[in-house]
Design a protein around this ligand. Structure first.
Ligand code: TEU
Ligand code: CA
Length: 540
């Protein structure tokens, strides 16, 4: 049905610009580097690129601390380069999605520089302040990257609020002037022809620090609806809000088909299933596979007809999925394809994070080789708390954000073809075996499998609109489901683990069917699943 918004049958590719392609030898990826790689992205078949932030920034949190929303950081290029990227990408039928960081700015943003000059400054109220006495914090709220949420400013006798680092003061959305400035800025980018926006930690903008509320504050959806009305609804955009605190019912608001808020949200319920309950992501636990199936299935069922899912295993904050829930050693290729199959046949818009299509893996570096503020802070914090070094490193190897941020592996030349200089973060030493050049040449590569999955989505409307049903809910190894649209039925069967097992599909699916994709050249038999075997059937 061609009345659908374009993003319903699109696949988005996330680029972390500083790690994608360096064009000038300074060791940092840049906009020209992305332009140089558009052919590769067109070959993969994606429809849009989500760019992690490239606006002007002191890079305390790699660009998630913006000091000028209407300029590009010189490290990445200029406004001209961005206009060029948008135009060149359009020639490849690829849209550019920008990352809007609206919960906070950099402390070096001119608004904050003014705001902390005096309480009467016209920008003072752009941020969240509380009067106080040094040493007596307004409350015990903790910042995401460690320490208190409150930072003392001696000259004012006030604390400012920051949910992330001290260099990321939170904006005060209760101030209508702040909202207006933000909307003007968004409209300015829309005039430049961007295809959409990803909204960083959007569920935290309506915080109520006095009540210790961060996510889902009472005015959240009023603010989002106002923003959408004043900006997004004037264009034909894809918009995706990052909402850690989302539930299916909240997601129905965020992604209401009436277009009053966003196209979709990123929800993270499946992402926390391998950590100790109620603890931090660093407190590792084995994946609860049954729960994973139930959680993903719950979201599929709840949003069908009422909203829209985004589908992802990876992003720039998460470890590499093949290392996390696959097997990055003897079954790297098989398990990467299996995980892709599970995800890409569900209802929603799939997101591929750079290098995922190559099966790039996690890394194990020395502490001083890491660059991420969160990783470095947790190392300090847990060292001070008396954790053993090996234990801390084990958590960082499993969950550290730099796992996703190592440079893109293009070829077997020095630094994986990412840079002619010194890369800002060390390249994963496995780049001579895992790289794009090899993948493009190999018919059985993970890259070519992703390409096929993307093509299937374009070919079979059932993948876009079909109703989801989970099969074998309690099976400890198999992830199986169907998608049904009118008289078309798709059957997906995946072995999530590395042992050969019997495939106990329900009787009604033992009839005639066509195998449309499989990650093995040959199946043993219909009743046997090889390690990480994944099959997609069309029922006859
Ligand atoms: O992340 C949101 C967020 O909540 C992160 O703290 C996330 O929980 C963490 O990375 C997981 O350990 C967004 C961005 O994606 C992230 O890169 C930024 O650092 C953060 O917002 C602040 O802007
Ligand atoms: Ca560069």
């Amino acid at each position: 049905n061609n009345q659908q918004p374009w993003w319903k049958n699109s696949v988005v590719y996330q680029i972390y610009p500083r790690s994608f392609q360096d064009s000038n030898g300074d060791g940092i990826g840049d906009l020209q580097g992305i332009i140089d790689r558009l052919d590769y992205l067109e070959e993969l078949g994606i429809d849009a690129i989500w760019l992690s932030p490239v606006c002007k920034s002191p890079q305390d949190d790699n660009g998630y601390d913006i000091s000028d929303y209407m300029d590009i950081d010189p490290m990445f290029g200029s406004i001209k380069d961005m206009e060029n990227l948008i135009a060149r990408a359009n020639e490849h039928n690829i849209k550019i999605i920008l990352d809007l960081v609206l919960n906070h700015s950099s402390d070096e943003h001119s608004w904050f520089v003014e705001a902390k000059k005096s309480k009467d400054n016209r920008y003072h109220d752009y941020y969240v302040w509380r009067d106080g006495v040094k040493g007596e914090l307004p409350n015990d709220m903790k910042a995401c990257f460690g320490g208190s949420c409150w930072e003392w400013v001696e000259d004012l006798g006030q604390y400012y609020f920051h949910l992330f680092s001290v260099k990321q003061p939170d904006l005060n959305w209760d101030n209508p002037k702040v909202r207006e400035e933000i909307y003007n800025m968004i409209n300015w980018w829309m005039d430049k022809g961007v295809g959409g926006f990803r909204l960083d930690v959007i569920d935290q903008i309506a915080k109520e620090p006095d009540l210790k509320i961060t996510n889902n504050g009472p005015k959240l959806h009023d603010y989002i609806r106002e923003m959408s009305r004043e900006t997004f609804q004037k264009g034909d955009l894809i918009t995706v809000g990052e909402a850690w605190g989302s539930t299916p019912s909240l997601a129905k608001l965020y992604s209401n088909p009436d277009n009053s808020e966003f196209s979709m949200v990123f929800q993270f319920e499946h992402i926390g299933l391998d950590q100790e309950e109620g603890k931090e992501k660093w407190d590792l636990a084995p994946l609860d596979f049954i729960k994973l199936k139930k959680v993903l299935s719950k979201w599929q069922v709840a949003l069908h007809g009422y909203g829209w899912n985004s589908l992802f295993w990876n992003n720039h904050d998460l470890p590499r999925i093949v290392s996390r829930w696959g097997n990055d050693k003897e079954y790297r290729v098989e398990s990467a394809k299996m995980l892709a199959t599970v995800l890409h046949c569900m209802q929603g818009t799939p997101y591929i994070y750079q290098g995922e299509e190559l099966g790039m893996t996690n890394v194990k570096y020395q502490v001083d080789e890491y660059r991420d503020i969160e990783t470095l802070n947790i190392y300090e914090e847990r060292t001070q708390k008396g954790y053993a070094k090996e234990e801390i490193m084990k958590s960082i190897y499993a969950k550290g954000r730099d796992n996703a941020r190592t440079p893109m592996q293009w070829d077997s030349t020095d630094n994986a073809g990412f840079t002619k200089g010194e890369p800002w973060l060390k390249v994963n030493p496995n780049y001579t075996e895992i790289n794009a050049e090899l993948a493009l040449k190999d018919d059985n590569s993970i890259f070519n499998y992703y390409k096929k999955l993307i093509a299937l989505r374009k070919q079979y409307p059932v993948i876009i609109d079909g109703k989801f049903e989970l099969l074998l809910e309690e099976d400890p190894n198999i992830f199986a489901y169907t998608r049904t649209l009118e008289d078309t039925e798709l059957l997906v069967i995946c072995n999530f683990y590395g042992e050969t097992i019997g495939c106990t599909i329900p009787e009604q699916y033992k009839k005639d069917k066509e195998l449309i994709l499989c990650n093995y050249k040959q199946s043993v038999s219909e009743e046997v699943l090889q390690p990480y075997e994944a099959r997609i059937y069309l029922m006859k």
